[in-house]
Write a protein that binds this ligand. Structure first.
Ligand code: COI
Length: 396
């Protein structure tokens, strides 16, 4: 098995790479289930007591597990990956990403079932979207099997970090960035894929309480032919000003309108949007379609579209105007709305406010259809409902 040897003229490469990137030390090993990853077990793993204490911290994304995976792309090829202690990367100030933002990421989760099994949820969807994001940003595509191998290796190694309390999981964050130290505005000659993990509970500090949305007419998230469908860092950077505006208005998240007509709802800063029209078995779920290329194709969104039909609701992927939402609210047919994503799972929307006025939904607790979908989706993920679509990948 090849171990990466830091090569070439070091003035032109990122001087970031701690010893984990260099020659394979004596304690390292490869595992037959992930042959493209050399494992260097950290000598500083948290003790079970420390880990338990950290697992009790419920603030999203604030605690990290013992290890991480890194895979370099250099000389036109993906190299042997390394699994080693979670720790900082040291970057040259000239690292291209820091200037021109060639950076993409993903988010998926590992769940612990009551029988001790650990699974991930539809990781191949994230692998494909990671590759699609890379294509859009002129970055090299990590093959699907290498993406999944990295996830499997990290979750297997850090399985003790997968929490067991209801609603918790180990959030997995794969990312890739241009690592060449160069000020040239061009695709880099070196990229690093990093994968690390964070035990999480609810994404929103308010837990599962409905969130308040602010419809911005000041900012747009994405324009046709831009990068809206890619999970790239720049989309999130560009959302922060509108997010601050939402906070100022007493809201939790922004609901964006389309860039051209400022008429159709698109998505939130980091979640997709669903509205529920009518109640009970005649309920219709509507969500913006993906044709404009400005929305992120959420894995949770896709799963909900499937599960909603199974629960007997009709689903529609089509443009939804803010005016339609307002008149559905006025005539009483808008019953519920929810946000969805890996981090947010399914979170009820309590209100939608903007310069037009306010739509007030279930402000205190989520509605029955939002709840039913959550129970179904989270039930599959957590192993309490049958995995009828083979969405779960057993890790250990
Ligand atoms: C996710 O849902 O995994 C995301 O990447 C969204 C981010 C706002 C945490």
């Amino acid at each position: 098995m090849l171990s990466f040897i830091h090569g070439g003229d070091s003035r032109h490469t990122t001087q970031a790479l701690p010893s984990r990137f260099h020659a394979q030390p004596p304690g390292s090993m490869t595992n037959t289930s992930h042959p493209n990853i050399t494992v260097h077990v950290s000598s500083q793993c948290k003790s079970p007591e420390e880990r338990e204490k950290l697992l009790a911290n419920q603030r999203f994304g604030s605690v990290f597990s013992d290890h991480m995976v890194t895979i370099r792309w250099v000389d036109g090829a993906w190299q042997q990956g390394e699994l080693s202690a979670y720790g900082p990367l040291t970057l040259s100030p000239a690292t291209s990403t820091l200037h021109y933002g060639q950076a993409i990421f993903e988010g998926l989760k590992a769940y612990r079932h009551s029988d001790g099994k650990i699974v991930t949820f539809r990781p191949e969807m994230n692998a494909r979207r990671f590759a699609a994001s890379a294509r859009r940003l002129a970055m090299p595509e990590l093959p699907e099997e290498r993406f999944i191998e990295a996830i499997d290796a990290l979750v297997q190694q850090d399985r003790a970090w997968v929490p067991s309390a209801p609603g918790t999981s180990l959030y997995l964050r794969p990312l890739m960035f241009a690592a060449e130290a160069s000020l040239g505005v061009k695709p880099a000659n070196e990229y690093i894929m990093v994968l690390f993990a964070s035990p999480v509970g609810a994404y929103f500090a308010s837990g599962s309480a409905p969130v308040k949305l602010w419809v911005t007419d000041e900012h747009v998230r994405a324009a046709p032919h831009g990068t809206g469908a890619a999970k790239c860092a720049g989309n999130y950077a560009a959302s922060l000003l509108a997010q601050a505006e939402a906070k100022e208005k007493g809201c939790d998240q922004v609901l964006y309108l389309d860039a051209i007509q400022r008429k159709y709802v698109e998505e939130l800063g980091g979640m997709n949007f669903f509205a529920v029209l009518r109640a009970g078995q005649s309920a219709r779920l509507v969500t913006p379609d993906l044709k404009s290329g400005t929305l992120l194709a959420g894995v949770t969104r896709d799963s909900i579209l499937r599960l909603a039909k199974d629960l007997g609701y009709s689903v529609e992927e089509r443009p939804i105007s803010l005016d339609e939402l307002r008149s559905a609210y006025a005539d009483g047919s808008l019953q519920e709305a929810f946000a969805c994503g890996t981090a947010a799972v399914i979170t009820a929307i309590g209100s939608i406010t903007g310069k037009f006025g306010a739509i007030k939904l279930n402000e205190k607790q989520s509605g029955p259809i939002t709840d039913a979908l959550y129970q179904e989706l989270y039930g599959i993920q957590a192993g309490t409902k049958p995995d009828r679509y083979n969405w779960l990948r057993r890790i250990c």
